[in-house]
Design a protein around this ligand. Structure first.
Ligand SMILES: [Zn+2]
Length: 489
């Protein structure tokens, strides 16, 4: 490159350096803004002391990685700083790089409290619209785009996760000199808003969850390759969050997602399809599955599909045997089934749908009630827990009992990709007719967002009906409560 000259001892000649300017804007939404403002008004009335403190105008607060200028009351400002530090620690660990500079933040509750000229006009513009913006600049070597210095300043309204969202942008700008393409940058910033230690379950703002649950699912290609601008709308942000959350937490894709992100942040020549090309159809399928079952508490790691498992056809008398966990989503049986063919199943073992819940067999029948505090034995009753409504409630089929073993067939077509049949009820012992030709998957019936506390596994044997000797009915499960009697009775 003609600009390039070897570094001489004259360090002041900075011809190698180009100045980049970035602005990453956060959405604003009328609905969210109004709701939050209502709340703010109510709070304001109830806390005169805080209001008096506010009248004094913006103050400065410092923590390890932030300097924050804000008109928030002291307690709220300190709480926010604490949350921002926690989030920063988590994202620094995720990206494997410490934040290399203090992040300066202007967090505004009431613009009227700020003297004219105290905020950057771009910041005022975003804050007035109920959002935020991160203004950053970085100096990079023209030769190889390597970032040698950067600055970032956050302007954010003191609402919801806006300061946290913007702080993710600021961290990326300071650490990598850039924030990546919009889908990644905004998706990860939204994740930062929800990031919690040792907890990868879905916890969304109710309005965002409702929107994702009730809208037509946005195509994955559209999220990654569609037209996009930062600050377009909170709805667009929701889809980017969904994709980033899935890729960061589903074990099938998480390992490649971090290096993909780092490459995007380091502006290497990478592309989504280049990284995930061979598993693109699986990602599309799991992304749509994730959206379909999206709810507070959903765990994308537990509902992930095992794509490595080999499947085979049932031949003659041979059967497949497989262990199915209560604490996971659809699990491969190893059996390829043919539409309209009848199969027989026999299932041993028991599982639980809650830590202190009863032991259930694969029919969902209680075989051991939960222990009682007085330690008395209970009469073992054979009662099905009330069936619950779920996305699996299948037409023409009786609603499954909680804890009942269910089946589903995963069908693959080269042109259209993967799709699932309607789920159908299995249980402890019986037969079923396959609704489609494909791979049989099994799971324990429970609400999708409540499987994390399930425990236990059952062992299922499955074979074609009428071929060779039939499967034996499993022995009745015999379980007893341990007699733990209190001594001071
Ligand atoms: Zn953003």
């Amino acid at each position: 490159m003609s600009h390039f000259r070897p570094m001489s001892c004259n360090r002041s000649r900075r011809q190698l350096i180009v100045l980049l300017f970035m602005a990453v804007v956060t959405f604003s939404s009328a609905t969210l803004t109004n709701a939050a403002e209502e709340k703010t008004k109510r709070r304001r009335k109830s806390r005169k002391a805080a209001a008096a403190e506010q009248a004094a105008g913006p103050r400065n607060y410092r923590s390890k990685n932030f300097i924050m200028h804000t008109d928030l009351p002291k307690k709220e400002a300190q709480d926010l700083l604490k949350r921002m530090e926690t989030m920063l620690r988590l994202i620094s660990r995720y990206w494997g790089a410490p934040c290399r500079k203090t992040i300066e933040c202007y967090v505004v509750k009431d613009l009227q409290k700020w003297p004219p000229g105290s905020l950057h006009p771009r910041g005022v513009q975003s804050i007035a619209a109920g959002g935020g913006v991160t203004l950053s600049q970085s100096q990079a070597l023209l030769s190889n785009q390597q970032i040698i210095d950067a600055d970032a300043v956050v302007y954010a309204v003191a609402k919801r996760g806006v300061p946290l969202h913007e702080a993710v942008h600021a961290y990326c700008a300071l650490t990598f000199g850039r924030t990546g393409p919009t889908w990644y940058s905004e998706g990860m910033a939204e994740m930062g808003n929800y990031w919690r230690q040792n907890d990868s379950s879905v916890k969304l703002e109710p309005i965002v969850l409702q929107y994702l649950q009730n809208s037509e699912t946005k195509k994955l290609e559209e999220i990654v390759y569609g037209a996009q601008i930062s600050g377009d709308s909170w709805r667009e942000y929701a889809w980017r969050w969904a994709l980033c959350h899935l890729l960061a937490n589903n074990p099938n894709y998480a390992k490649r997602f971090r290096p993909l992100g780092l490459a995007l942040l380091n502006k290497q020549n990478v592309d989504f399809k280049q990284v995930y090309g061979a598993m693109f159809q699986e990602i599309v399928f799991e992304y749509e599955f994730f959206i379909q079952h999206l709810d507070q508490g959903l765990r994308s790691d537990l509902i992930s599909f095992d794509w490595k498992r080999k499947f085979r056809k049932s031949r003659g008398n041979s059967r497949v045997r497989v262990k199915i966990s209560a604490g996971r989503g659809w699990q491969p049986s190893g059996l390829m089934v043919d539409a309209e063919i009848e199969y027989q199943f026999s299932v041993e073992g028991h599982w639980k749908l809650a830590k202190k819940g009863p032991e259930l067999d694969a029919d969902g029948t209680v075989i051991l009630p939960p222990p009682t505090p007085d330690g008395n034995d209970k009469v073992i009753v054979s009662a099905k827990p009330a069936p619950e409504k779920s996305a699996d409630a299948n037409d023409g089929n009786e609603a499954p009992a909680a804890g009942q073993l269910l089946g589903i067939v995963l069908v693959y077509d080269e042109d259209t990709g993967y799709r699932l049949s309607k789920p159908f009820n299995l249980g402890r012992y019986g037969t079923f007719t396959a609704p489609a030709t494909g791979n049989l998957y099994l799971r324990c019936h429970d609400k999708w967002n409540e499987i994390a506390d399930n425990s236990g596994t059952v062992s299922a044997s499955i074979k074609e009906q009428g071929m060779g000797a039939p499967l034996k009915e499993p022995n009745a499960e015999v379980l007893r409560t341990n007699k733990v009697r209190s001594t001071n009775k």
